[in-house]
Design a protein around this ligand. Sequence first.
Ligand SMILES: Nc1ncnc2c1ncn2[C@@H]1O[C@H](COP(=O)(O)OP(=O)(O)OP(=O)(O)O)[C@@H](O)[C@H]1O
Length: 373
Amino acid sequence: MAISREVVLFELQQIAVPGGGNLISADLVRALTVDGGTVRFVIEAGDPEIARNLAPVEAEAQRRLAALPGVEKVQIVTTAPAAPRRAAAPAGDVVARSGQAGAEPPPSLKIGRHPTPQAGPAPVSGVARILAIGSGKGGVGKSTLTSNLAVALARAGRRVGLLDADIYGPSQPRMLGLTGQKPTSDGQMIEPLHAHGVTVMSLGLMMKEGEALVWRGPMLMGALQQMLNQVKWGELDVLLVDLPPGTGDVQLSLCQKAQVTGALIVSTPQDVALIDARRAIDMFNKLKTPVLGLVENMSTYICPNCGHEAHLFGHGGVAAEAKELGLPFLGEIPLNLDVRLAGDSGTPIAATEGPVAQAFSRLADRLIGGGMA
Ligand SMILES: Nc1ncnc2c1ncn2[C@@H]1O[C@H](COP(=O)(O)OP(=O)(O)OP(=O)(O)O)[C@@H](O)[C@H]1O
């Protein structure tokens, strides 16, 4: 028998917290979801020291909930802003074009807020599929792959959106030639940007510099929710979400708030990157988000001068790993200087002609053929 939310709340009310009261009366629990036998929530502390003091509370909640009949898994994250919480929530600027208010007050367009309560992962209006692009390790080319795949899918005739949720290093505006452009708003909804046939929104475009560093679980969750539901995505066949590297709050928030069709994992063939990729796969499994397949980036290197083929980071490691894990291997993208130069110039190489553009086009066809995009 599945556990009910009420039983979980009752149990959390039995857990005393330092300073008096219990987890619920002290208003420390955020984003509680009860999904079958899985209970997930965030304990939000006012600052890192309080968070440290809450460690025994988290452990007790874990123990008590795990002991309840019907509970199979308990996932608790304790978070705190890096600096003491400020009086006003951090907010990014949206350029309001008209800003007129109707009878209903407009939704807040300040990005970064506490999440709106939601029963479970929800679809995004008009969006047929959401694909999360993840990696265990930074710098393996996840953002490069996302922008190029988006362009390749658009060239193949799909209606594609790209949400840059890599808040710690948002690079999509640069890679897609949108640097300096600001999304606009009609006072109700945010108008996304467009580049190379792709509808684009970046959390980075909405934040003041350095803001991401003080955001933790609930604020990120709220911001991501806004990016999904307060942006005019229009009708899309697929929305690609460029995640930060690793296994953190953004991944957790996305999979809890949105009905994610599945995740693609990007890795280089190196052992060390693969170990991290395994962690990312494990996280998506825990979040019940299907891993649709693995992509090898920075695969073969062909010397532009002599044509010699070299394997700087090894070769075939990701295909072998996919086989071992029983996951599809979706394709490989060569290491090629032009990929970086194209990304730096704002025109992804997938928007051009040549062997690398063809590699992205093959990857796009594979996803479309498999019903993933
Ligand atoms: N196939 C490739 N060939 C050559 N350069 C590449 C390739 N893929 C990515 N790069 C370059 O590697 C660097 C890192 O790529 P990128 O920013 O896409 O990685 P990432 O995994 O998104 O990193 P992070 O998550 O840390 O931001 C960039 O300079 C990019 O241009």
